[in-house]
Design a protein around this ligand. Structure first.
Ligand SMILES: [Zn+2]
Length: 408
């Protein structure tokens, strides 16, 4: 049967006494049912309390369908049925949830008043909270800023937060943001004269205790807008962390704090230009290298040019680009390699030649890597392989032997 929730009557009660009704097992853990509790169970978008029962840690509090509250424990509770149990709420966790939840009511009402955006659903997370708005498009930065200012104005006005139960008749007189999800008597959380919500959660007693309300992100979500926000200590913790990051960036970029974004964008733009210039220089260098290699190419009977090039330091990318440059001509077969512990070979040919690059590669690999540690393959036009150790002499010998085979 339904467990009376002391936290509904007084959210500030941190300790309580209750009688042990039942000991059960929940998800493999010992668990206790009491005749009343100050623990808030996970419900209504608010996470549960943590704390202790007779000193044993309560790490989860579940609300069963019939209203029974189950306290999930980290160890056995040494108490007999009917005995009095002493409960303590982890107050910093609870107060944090109270700040976030009351802040959510204020922020939802501020979105409704300032931007005519209604809240579809809410979630109080362990780090960040979200409000999902019925919004046809993403609210602008200016709108979000105005909503945030409105919400914080309500905080600084220090409005009392009233919690009461309203009957059906009284309910129809209240400007509720959303119709209640339960029938009959409904628990109302009123931010005096500002917001009326049907809600079973725990709340602070005045809006000043919410502390700052900060929207940290707004994004598209399921056809609406998802607003991520933090309140109170969480907002301050976020500010401290962001401040540290900005200060570190400011020092690294030698820019005043408010200018770090512009300084970072400037550096990114410079880096983009430098990459572009570097690529232009590399391309020129490759053209030079290609010309020099073509001068040394071996001509075969069909006037095809066989180019061999071995480089100890080249990256695979560089070899590939060189192969590309060389085979832009109509008469080239390029045999390029990197020597070393992780050798790499590329064989490429001009588009309309009839040689099979993959077959040539297989020939070279079978000679160089007899233990079959080499992996490779490709098309008739471009093939590559590597993954074995080969020094420059061995590569030189193997590639030139292949050329000799086709040119004599
Ligand atoms: Zn609520």
């Amino acid at each position: 049967m339904s467990t009376p929730l002391l936290c509904r009557a007084n959210a500030y009660q941190r300790t309580f006494e209750a009688r042990l009704v039942r000991l059960v097992t929940y998800a493999g853990c010992p668990a206790a049912v009491l005749d009343q509790t100050a623990f808030y169970p996970t419900s209504g978008g608010q996470p549960c309390d943590h704390g202790t029962l007779n000193g044993v840690t309560v790490h989860d509090v579940r609300l069963e369908d019939d209203g029974t509250v189950v306290h999930v424990l980290s160890g056995p509770l040494e108490a007999s049925i009917g005995a009095t149990v002493h409960g303590e709420i982890d107050w910093s966790r609870r107060f944090d949830h109270m700040q976030q939840h009351t802040g959510q009511h204020i922020l939802s009402q501020a979105f409704a008043r300032v931007a005519s955006l209604e809240t579809r659903s809410v979630h109080i997370g362990s780090e960040e909270n979200t409000i999902d708005l019925d919004a046809p498009s993403l609210p602008s930065v200016d709108v979000v800023r105005a909503v945030e200012a409105e919400a914080n104005r309500v905080v600084f006005e220090d409005l009392p937060v009233h919690v009461y139960v309203a009957s059906d008749a009284a309910l129809s007189q209240l400007p509720l943001r959303r119709p209640p999800q339960v029938k009959g008597e409904v628990r109302i959380v009123e931010i005096a004269g500002y917001d009326w919500s049907a809600c079973g959660g725990t709340h602070v007693r005045n809006t000043a205790q919410v502390g700052a309300i900060k929207v940290v992100r707004v994004e598209r979500h399921k056809g609406g807008a998802r607003v991520t926000f933090r309140c109170g200590w969480r907002a301050l913790a976020d500010y401290s962390r962001v401040h540290e990051i900005i200060s570190a960036l400011s020092a690294a970029l030698s820019a005043p704090r408010y200018d770090v974004a512009a300084a970072a964008l400037r550096i990114l733009e410079e880096a983009r230009q430098i990459r572009q210039e570097l690529e232009a220089v590399r391309s020129k260098l490759r053209a030079h290298e290609a010309r020099a290699l073509l001068d040394m190419a071996v001509l075969d009977a069909q006037q095809r040019r066989w180019v061999v090039h071995i480089d100890r330091d080249a990256t695979v990318e560089e070899l590939r680009a060189l192969a590309q440059t060389l085979t832009e001509r109509s008469d080239v077969i390029a045999l390029l390699a990197r020597a070393g512990a992780l050798a790499h070979i590329i064989i490429a040919r001009s588009e309309h030649l009839s040689l099979d690059a993959a077959a040539l590669l297989r020939q070279v690999l079978s000679q160089l890597a007899k233990d079959s540690s080499a992996k490779g393959g490709g098309s008739a036009r471009f093939a590559q392989g590597g993954g074995f150790a080969a020094d420059a002499n061995a590569l030189h010998a193997a590639l030139h032997a292949l050329v000799a085979l086709h040119t004599q």
